[in-house]
Design a binder for this molecule. Structure first.
Ligand code: 5AD
Ligand code: SF4
Length: 455
């Protein structure tokens, strides 16, 4: 009888990708996914360590799972991801009912870990940064990818922003070879994917071996992927401003399959804060980068991340962030209160900003970002956009898709259109989505995907 696997994923899209690959690794052992931990033979919590209280949240979840495990004899309980990497042994000490703890780079060894746990050899810890790449050991994806799929191409980070744990939990920058990525992309497309989002902590720092052993950049990789027939859209995330090279900027004006959306975190609009964050650029360099990008692709939708209340952030620094937001016209953005992460340089910096000031700044910033997003969405009203349909909506005959600019769009359309591009006239904007009416199909042949023609 098939065994049941429950995976709970926290945090970023890389974790979503990793969770799917963990399921692939465990499929040959007979594990099939369930959405109920009580019914599971194995439970994996794939954790995120990027912001505060990650460990506290994990231990309370583990507390909730203790009776579930006791009830379901023989259940294997595993903690994966970045909290596992950071806390290691500590997890067994505080939650002795946990069987496995493994980091983001070792889950290809899950079959062996599961075998050891099943033989009741005691707790299994695997938080190495192994010399072999997990990607060389992962099986082909077993599950259907969906219309929009993730593909991890790069991992780790060498930037060492002073607030961030990623370089410690995910390790050094590593890029997969072009050929392996193209092969995985072909497999995804053959199984129904029409859009692929390339993932990496520092995706535009991608520098992988190309077909002739030469170093290929992200632009080279995207060009190789764009040649795949049936693949309609390519996106990538998350990028660092320092790694937006001229080739990639130009490609945004040249490659029709590369969608006009870029998530480019700036974190702050103040030069002195950016310097203490070790971001390696100032606010004007960001402005210039965006100006160049818009010269190549005038309609590009820009997204960002912000941190408020970084140590020493003055009112003036914060005003500089607001000024940058006013100027840039962000289509969307994520913003966070700074939270000190143990082991990072910023956690030791003086002049912590009081919680109340952080909260007030976050509120002001989010209000401004909300206005910016609404203004961006309002520009879509009355326009006809190509929408790629991904899934059925909540209402009858309703489909949900995405515009080229990453907006969710609700439309009344036949279910058979899932996986296709439709021309949609945008009629209304809601809080987190747009609503439109079906004008007609665009078709899925590559020649029909020059979407700017309709945008
Ligand atoms: N405190 C607050 N926000 C953080 N981020 C990363 N580390 C921290 C931290 N210590 C935010 C950054 C990053 C996003 C993924 O999370 O904005 O771009
Ligand atoms: Fe963290 Fe900075 Fe690396 Fe992004 S670039 S993962 S914020 S250290």
């Amino acid at each position: 009888m098939a065994k049941k696997l429950f995976i709970k994923t926290y945090g970023c899209q890389m974790n979503v990708y990793d969770s799917a690959r963990m399921a692939d690794v465990l499929a040959p052992l007979g594990y099939r996914l369930t959405d109920r931990p009580e019914a599971a033979d194995m439970v994996i919590l794939n954790t995120c360590h990027i912001r505060e209280k990650a460990s506290e949240k994990l231990f309370s979840e583990l507390g909730r799972l203790r009776p579930v495990k006791a009830e379901r004899g023989g259940q294997i309980l595993a903690v994966a991801g970045c909290v596992a990497q950071a806390e290691g042994e500590e997890i067994f000490r505080r939650a002795p009912h946990v069987d496995l703890v493994f980091g983001p780079q070792t889950y290809h060894r899950l079959p062996e870990m599961v075998a050891r746990a099943t033989r009741a050899e005691g707790a299994v810890l695997d938080t190495d940064f192994p010399v072999e790449s997990k990607f060389d050991h992962l099986p082909e994806a077993a599950s259907a990818p969906g219309v929009s799929a993730f593909l991890s191409i790069q991992e780790g980070c060498d930037k060492f922003c002073t607030f961030c744990v990623v370089p410690y939990t995910r390790g050094a920058e590593f890029s997969r070879p072009v050929a392996a990525i193209v092969e995985e992309a072909r497999h995804l497309v053959a199984n129904g994917a029409r859009e692929i989002t390339l993932l990496g902590q520092n995706v535009n720092a991608y520098r992988g071996p190309g077909p002739k052993g030469e170093a290929a950049g992200l632009a080279d990789l995207i060009r190789a992927l764009a040649a795949i027939e049936g693949l309609l859209r390519i996106r990538y995330t998350t990028s660092h401003p320092r790694d937006m090279d001229a080739d990639l900027l130009r490609l945004h004006g040249e490659e029709a399959k590369l969608m006009p959306f870029l998530h480019l975190p700036v974190q702050s609009g103040s030069d002195s804060v950016l310097e203490r964050m070790n971001r390696g650029h100032g606010a004007d360099a960001y402005r210039e980068l965006v100006a160049t990008l818009r010269r190549h692709r005038p309609d590009i939708a820009l997204s960002s991340d912000f941190i408020v209340g970084f140590p020493g952030e003055t009112d003036e620094d914060f005003e500089a962030t607001l000024a940058l937001v006013e100027e840039m016209g962000f289509a969307q953005a994520f913003s966070f209160k700074y939270s000190p992460r143990p082991g990072t340089p910023a956690a030791l910096m003086p002049d912590a900003v009081p919680e109340a000031v952080k909260a007030e700044r976050l509120h002001r910033l989010q209000t401004l970002l909300g206005q910016s997003q609404r203004a961006w969405n309002a520009k879509m009203l009355g326009r006809t956009l190509p929408v790629l349909f991904e899934q059925a909506g909540r209402h009858r005959n309703q489909l949900i898709g995405r515009s080229p600019y990453w907006q969710a769009v609700h439309v009344e359309a036949p279910e058979a259109a899932i996986g296709d591009l439709g021309q949609i006239r945008i009629l209304a904007q809601h809080r987190n989505s747009l609503a439109g009416e079906w004008i007609g199909p665009i078709g899925t042949s590559p020649s029909a995907t020059s979407e700017r023609a309709c945008a």
